[in-house]
Design a protein around this ligand. Sequence first.
Ligand SMILES: O=C(CO)COP(=O)(O)O
Length: 261
Amino acid sequence: MNSDNQKKRPIILGNWKMNKSLKEGVQYARSLKAAIAGKTWIMCGICPPYVFLKDICAILEGSTICVSAQNMHSEASGAFTGEIAAPMLKEVGCSHVLVGHSERRHIFGEDDFFINDKIKKAISFELVPILCIGETLEEREAGNTKDIVLRQLKNGLRGVGIELIKCIIIAYEPVWAIGTGRTASPEQANEVHSFIRTILSEDYGKDIAKKLSIIYGGSVKADNTEALIHQPEIDGLLVGGASLELESFLTIIEVVQGVDF
Ligand SMILES: O=C(CO)COP(=O)(O)O
């Protein structure tokens, strides 16, 4: 979905962050697969912790549900104790990977350049990177939202040419809306999405920018899903807390399915 009403397949991703036991994760994946069998027009996926990926990919193999890692390193191998590389994610069956999530940027100090290297590495191993960008509350209140988003977008995509940009999803996640219960209003989110699409249009051309998916994350819940997904520039949702309970994640999916695009 975008400004000229061209239909785009909505993307709904659940980011579990550092939650669930393996047993719970496996049960969730099985139930999700059973629940959405045959309802395939939404691109739906989950982002489990690293150590669950192999089991969950095996369960979801052959389904339309994609599995995304929450992070990866920028190198393909080497002496990086505790890290996970793109080919490892690929080998266990992941199709997507979150890159530059605000918790990686702000808690673990990841910068735009490291994130850019990860983006390029993910693409080179045929993983779809989901580049997460977004401003903090201080940055928004200082009127710097667009500057921050512009910087994170430009630096994150440095060296990504016209052919490769098609392999990327952008996620706008304002840091002040993550886990706070304080959602960006649909209009606030749409305004930033529109700005992101304008930048992408300038860099990659209008046609390509129109086709790119820009998804929103930050306190998405069943009761704000419809208003968010109705916005012309919001192509999907990256759901944290509300994806942890299968019932609430399924409700979000159902709300999106029920929307007349
Ligand atoms: O960070 C998020 C998804 O990646 C959003 O988390 P919440 O939905 O819990 O605010």
